[in-house]
Design a protein around this ligand. Structure first.
Ligand code: E4P
Length: 214
């Protein structure tokens, strides 16, 4: 399972990349707006650091606008994957951009039926938002289970990118279901590393080491 980091913050991306733990980045308009920089500058900075897919979202809601933005984004760097929203126009744009060899990510996916349509467009990734489903009392991971089975049944090549991840349990569940990618907020990436027994064990080892004659 590949790990992407879900942030537009350069310091977080740089740190995660230096740790050698991530293979790509996802951003969205809300994450970009927190940074107070021009979108293209944010993307340039990310692409300078990360040698992997960098997901950047269009904000047009009409087909022509999405196509225009998608082509512009793809020109910034060949590693950019264009995120399009799961609407009729988004599906059309995903199909057209894919046919121009511009990779797409169908985002804001909340049902397995939407994921079937995303795969039909030739999208490189489909992004089920599991945390937001959990928030409204659904079991978000259930759709990852279904999408995995459906994609396997028909050999769809679209990769399942588990998004809206809120905690390490989500990561574990995604991994058990064989998701292709999980995109993590920086905080969840750090949570995954930590265990109180690791900290206590290291402290004891270092204390005992002081007693070793030098
Ligand atoms: C994915 O690409 C999205 O940026 C993201 O995972 C959304 O997560 P949220 O529901 O925490 O905003």
């Amino acid at each position: 399972m590949k790990i992407f980091v879900d942030t537009a913050n350069i310091e977080e991306i740089r740190q995660a990349w230096e740790w050698g733990l991530i293979e790509g980045v996802t951003t969205n308009p809300s994450l970009v707006s927190k940074e107070g920089k021009r979108f293209s500058d944010v993307l340039d900075d990310i692409c300078d650091i990360v040698d992997g897919p960098v997901n950047a979202e269009v904000v047009s809601t009409d087909y022509e606008g999405m196509m225009r933005e998608g082509r512009e984004l793809a020109k910034i760097n060949r590693r950019i994957v264009v995120k399009v929203p799961m609407t009729a126009e988004g599906l059309m744009a995903s199909k057209s951009l894919s046919s121009e060899c511009i990779r797409t990510n169908m985002t804001l996916v909340f049902s397995s039926n939407q994921a079937i349509l995303a795969a039909k467009t030739g999208a490189a990734y489909v992004s089920p938002f599991i945390g937001r489903l959990d928030d409204i009392g659904n079991e978000g991971m259930q759709i990852v289970r279904e999408i995995s089975q459906i994609y396997r049944n028909y050999g769809f090549r679209t990769e399942i990118l588990v998004a809206s991840v809120r905690n390490p349990i989500h990561v574990l569940e995604a991994a058990k279901l064989g998701a292709d990618v999980v995109t993590l907020p920086f905080g969840v990436l750090k949570q995954m590393m930590r265990h109180s027994l690791t900290d206590a064990g290291l402290e004891r080892f270092l204390k005992d080491w002081e007693k070793v004659p030098r």
